[in-house]
Design a binder for this molecule. Structure first.
Ligand SMILES: *Cc1c(COP(=O)(O)O)cnc(C)c1O
Length: 453
């Protein structure tokens, strides 16, 4: 076999890209990254890019944080790998669990480790199925999520994800029910106030529970702010409306904090930002500041006790991943939490948020931006053909992809999601870097909207 010469050709010939528009990379080529510095990445062609999405929401301390690199190296020197089966786990794993419990909103909690957010959601579903069956409720298995919710790509977490693309896999599985998306600007009815819209979503939940039967529903999973659905903060009063309904019917609320955890919304957890306490938290992405693949299920007191009782009844919890609680991942996560709490990252999210929001609001003055939305350092601008009627551009124009591609050409990486452009800067970002981000994005918006008119 002859090896083609360019990195682009080599990548395309031997690697398969996920979530990638193939016509677009065939036309424009790929970006093969060699290293990073702060929020910038550098590629094999000598180009550099300001990454306005922190990688995939996760590299919140930048691409070269010395303390995180040192923590990883030190742990590799000490003990480079182990599992968490058979009553054995690394000391780092023990310490990380204590730390996660301490920073969680729970007075008492227990942690179970996975390698990704998808696996953490799958694990949570298996935990609910397992403890319900053990309590004599084997039929209590249905899972409620929302349209535009993103929970991952494994068979169960993809079934939870409320995006149409999963139909190509014959998903969702039976028993995964998608409720309305709490996006008032897009889904509010004509003449409906935001409070009325939220109340309608509450009624939809009540009706769904009545129709399906509370004794068949294992849990309700929600991101505090929907992330990969296009950065959708909940409508006003949303969690205050649904939490009492779920409580009344004995349905656990699981907060999928894979993006919102560890400071993205300005508080440690998105559920703190929105003033509710879930029954469990799903974590990944920022957990290791993107320096190691790792996910975690953090069970609040009630679910922790019930899972323990169910496991005691058969003398084990028959579930786990070979690399669950990996000592290097745990050492990195311990350091990442320390960096976020004690190196000013959380403060930077808070102090930069008004600047970020002002930048989004300024770009939203463009007649082809229908709305800006966001919370903390996650935001989106939604492109529209007509601002008053909120009419989207024709899908065939691929407007958001064109905006993102134009940005890429000018050294800025941002993400098209539906008709929106999503920004999720690293927590270490500075105001001048944010100026660069908005200047480049603003220029791209002008150029693309002029082209599509
Ligand atoms: C990314 C994401 C996941 C899936 O995590 P992976 O590590 O990609 O499996 C789950 N939930 C949310 C909210 C996410 O953003």
């Amino acid at each position: 076999m002859t090896i083609p010469q360019s990195w682009d050709a080599r990548a395309k010939s031997a690697s398969f890209f996920g979530f990638t528009d193939f016509p677009s990379i065939n036309e424009r080529g790929t970006v093969i990254v060699t290293h990073g510095k702060g929020p910038y990445i550098y590629d094999t062609e000598g180009r550099s890019y300001l990454d306005a999405n922190s990688g995939l929401w996760n590299m919140v301390a930048g691409f070269d944080h010395e303390g995180l690199i040192a923590a990883a190296k030190a742990q590799f020197d000490t003990f480079p790998g182990y599992h968490a089966f058979f009553g054995r786990m690394s000391d780092q794993t023990v310490m990380l669990s204590e730390k996660l419990v301490a920073v969680s909103p729970f007075e008492r909690a227990k942690v179970f480790y996975t390698n990704s957010g998808s696996e953490a959601n799958d694990t949570m579903v298996k935990m609910l199925w397992f403890l319900n069956a053990s309590e004599g409720n084997p039929q209590k298995r249905k899972i409620l999520t929302r349209v535009n919710g993103y929970h991952g790509v494994t068979v169960v977490s993809a079934s939870m994800t409320g995006k149409p693309y999963n139909s190509v896999f014959g998903l969702p599985l039976d028993g995964f029910i998608h409720l309305g998306c709490p996006h008032y600007w897009r889904f509010g009815a004509a003449g409906e106030t935001e409070a009325e819209f939220t109340a309608r979503l509450g009624r939809e939940l009540e009706e769904t529970i009545a129709r399906e039967g509370a004794d068949t529903i294992a849990g309700f999973f929600a991101e505090p702010v929907q992330g990969a659905g296009g950065v959708i903060p909940p409508s006003q009063g949303y969690f205050q409306t649904i939490v009492p309904i779920l409580k009344k019917h004995g349905i656990p609320l699981i907060a999928d904090e894979v993006i919102t955890g560890f400071g993205r919304t300005g508080e440690m957890w998105g559920c703190e930002t929105y003033g509710f306490t879930p029954d469990a938290i799903i974590s990944s992405k920022n957990l290791t500041a993107g320096f190691f693949p790792m996910g975690a299920v953090i069970l609040g007191p009630d679910l922790a006790d019930r899972l323990q009782a169910a496991a005691d009844a058969i003398e084990e919890f028959p579930h786990g991943f070979t690399a669950s609680g990996h000592p290097v991942g745990c050492a990195i996560a311990l350091k990442a939490i320390d960096v976020i709490e004690n190196e000013g990252l959380l403060e930077n999210v808070r102090s930069l948020t008004p600047y970020f929001e002002a930048g989004l609001a300024r770009l939203a003055e463009n007649p082809n931006i229908g709305e800006w939305r966001g919370k903390g350092l996650m935001g989106a601008l939604e492109a529209v053909k007509d601002k008053d009627t909120k009419t989207p551009f024709d899908g065939s124009l691929s407007v958001s992809e064109r905006i993102a591609n134009t940005c890429t050409d000018h050294g800025l990486l941002c993400r098209p999601l539906g008709q929106s452009i999503v920004l999720a800067p690293a927590f270490i970002m500075t105001e001048p870097q944010m100026d660069e981000m908005f200047d480049k994005l603003g220029a791209a918006l002008k150029q693309v909207f002029a082209e599509v008119g």
